[in-house]
Design a protein around this ligand. Sequence first.
Ligand code: ATP
Length: 285
Amino acid sequence: MQVTPMNVEVKGKSSSADKADGETIIEVRGIRKVYAVNQTALTVFDGLSYKIGRGSFLSIIGPSGCGKSTLLKLISGLETPSGGEVFFNGRRIDGPPKGMIYVFQQYTKSIFPWRTVLQNIRFGLDSQKSLPAREAHEKCMEYVKLVGLQGYENYYPYQLSGGMQQRVVIARALICEPDVLLMDEPFSAVDAMTRAILQELILKIWSTLPITVLFVTHDVDEAVFLSNRIVSLGRAPATVREDVAIDLAYPRDQIRTRGEERFNGFRQRLFSSIFLQEKEGIPNA
Ligand SMILES: Nc1ncnc2c1ncn2[C@@H]1O[C@H](COP(=O)(O)OP(=O)(O)OP(=O)(O)O)[C@@H](O)[C@H]1O
C-alpha cells in the first residue's frame, strides 16, 4: 500500500510546518516513582525533571526496563507519581488530561474488530456528539485520507494488514485533535518495510498538524530518523543521560536521511551509550 501525499486541511487548526521546540507544553518536575514488587520497592525515578517544548518530536530511549513506558504513563496521567509533579499546559496533571492521546504498540487490542475502518475512526469523535452526522462523516473521511486508507473505509480490521490497522488507530487518535500524541513502541509489531513507511507517515502527520509527539522506542535508528530531540535515560532510578537535539533537516527521507554521515554520528553516539549500559547489566557479558 502506498503512502498518499497529504492534502488534508484539518478544520480549526493551523498547519505548523515550523517545528522548532517552542514554549514548554509538558514539565516533569522532580518526579519519583516507586513500584512495590514482591514486597520490595523498585525505584524507577527518584527526582527526574525535564521540560518538553510545544511542537517537538521527542523520542525517549534507554536500556530495557529503565522506565521509558513508566515516564509516558506518568505524563499521560495513567500512572500517579510517588512524588513530584507533571504539568501539561501549565496545569498539574492529576489524571488523564484532555488533549493527550496514547497510541500503544498492540493495535489489535485497541481496534474494535466488529467495526469498519470508518466506524473505528468515528469512535474517536464520540465525545463530539453534537456534530451533525454529515459533518462527522466528512471529518472521518479527512482522517481516513490523512493516514492513507482511502478505499478501505468499509473494511473490517481482519481484512487489513497490521500496518493498516495501526493507521486506523492513529487516525482515531488524531481525530480527537490532541495537542500531544503519546506513542509507546507503536511500530514494533509490524515488519521492517511497513515500519519504515509508517515512520514517514507519522513525520508527515507531525509536520501537517500542530501536535507534539512523545515517542518511546527501543530502536535508536528509528528515534534518530524521527525526532528533533532525543532523551536517553540511564538505568533505574533513571536520570537523563543524554539530551540531544537531532538537527537533521526535515522533511526526512528513509534513503537520503539514513545515508547522511551525521545520521550515523547520532546513531553511533546514542547506540553505544545504551549498549554499554545493557552490557553492564548482564553478568559475564
Ligand atoms: N505496574 C508495575 N508494577 C510493578 N513494576 C512495574 C510496573 N510497571 C513497570 N514496572 C517495572 O518498572 C521498571 C520500568 O518499567 P518500564 O516498562 O517503564 O521500562 P521500559 O524502559 O519501558 O522497559 P522496556 O524497554 O523493556 O519496554 C521495570 O523494572 C518494570 O518491571
